[in-house]
Ligand binder design. Structure first.
Ligand SMILES: [Zn+2]
Ligand SMILES: [Zn+2]
Length: 242
């Protein structure tokens, strides 16, 4: 342990930790993950949310209440929670990680996610972590699955097993970018399969993704997990479109 901290200190001098948003060097004692200016812009989603899907009512004077979508049709997952709104420093950081293929940013973002206290969520009610899978074509293109990197940090923090293979992406879909909620639902329909029904029946699952946009992808995953016998499904993401 002592040697680990010595190596960490040396590494911090050679590669001082930088802000995940703007890449400024961080103040070693005062700042973690983001510089002060970027941190101020982050909208954490820990209050005034929909108790089901985690939609945030940032400027609403009311407390937690069901959103219009959940009132109209309940999703297949029990709850969804995200750390922060998908904008500014958080959006920059995720872009660096995903599209800039910066895995060091990814692993720091994963710790950032694992440090967050998700509201009304108790990890002890769950027995398995499952990342949203990428289609093999996309995986080869990107070289990694961002959800797996996030899931690994949560596995370590909560000591809950991780299963990369329980869900399989069987269909390569068009990008969801630019599509509306209904189009996204249609596009993603039938894109996943459960590979192990016994594991599905025996576990309450935490599904991990990087960004929750309309919820179409995670809801499709939750739908087939439920059909395979999973009772409780929580969705955790790093960011959420508000
Ligand atoms: Zn910054
Ligand atoms: Zn909702």
């Amino acid at each position: 342990m002592i040697w680990q901290s010595v190596f960490k200190n040396i590494a911090d001098v050679i590669y001082p930790p930088a802000c995940l948003g703007c890449s400024e060097i961080l103040h070693p004692e005062k700042e973690k993950y983001f510089c002060g200016a970027c941190h101020e812009q982050i909208k954490y989603l820990n209050k005034r949310i929909c108790p089901v899907c985690g939609m945030a009512f940032l400027d609403s004077p009311a407390g937690n209440h069901l959103c219009g979508h959940c009132l109209e049709q309940r999703p297949y997952f029990s709850i969804a929670r995200a750390v922060a709104a998908y904008e500014k420093a958080i959006l920059e950081a995720i872009r660096k990680f995903k599209y800039g293929r910066d895995l060091s940013v990814g692993s720091i973002l994963a710790s950032f996610m694992a440090d967050f206290q998700f509201p009304d969520f108790d990890y002890r009610n769950y027995s398995l972590i499952v990342p949203v899978p990428l289609h093999i074509k996309k995986l080869r293109q990107r070289g990694f699955n961002q959800s797996v990197i996030l899931a690994q940090a949560l596995k370590k923090k909560w000591q809950i097993p991780l299963n990369y293979f329980l869900l399989k992406r069987t269909k390569s879909t068009l990008t969801q970018t630019g599509l509306h909620k209904k189009e996204r639902e249609q596009n993603i329909k039938g894109a996943f399969a459960v590979t192990d029904t016994k594991a599905a029946e025996e576990n309450n699952i935490i599904l991990i993704d990087d960004v929750y946009t309309t919820g179409a992808t995670v809801n499709e995953c939750a739908k087939i997990l439920r059909r395979a016998g999973v009772k409780e499904i929580a969705v955790l993401t790093l960011a959420r479109v508000i």
